[in-house]
Write a protein that binds this ligand. Sequence first.
Ligand SMILES: [Zn+2]
Length: 111
Amino acid sequence: MQVSGLRKRLFIEGHHIEHWASGGETSLDNLVGLCSHHHRFVHEYGYSIEIDATMKPRFFEPRGRRVVEAPLPPVNAYRGWDIITDANLDLNITSETTVCGWTADRSNTSG
Ligand SMILES: [Zn+2]
């Protein structure tokens, strides 16, 4: 594949779910394809892989938390803006409240 004049190669490596040194078979049921970048996460950074009942791989970070396919969207914490707004309605705060009223006129200091 030519990308911007550079030759780009993609490598997929077969990873044994149960390591071959521990008796894991070299069979499709015990292999998952990983790019070399993510294969390194399993062997060098403590990540692990399990195959679920539907034969899909599930990935776990070193502390055992599942790595989801895409991060969950952030949920904004409730900050109580409706309560703060209601409590300060009588102040009549608007977008113009903090506008400076100074007109750049010199103050009259002569007398
Ligand atoms: Zn591997």
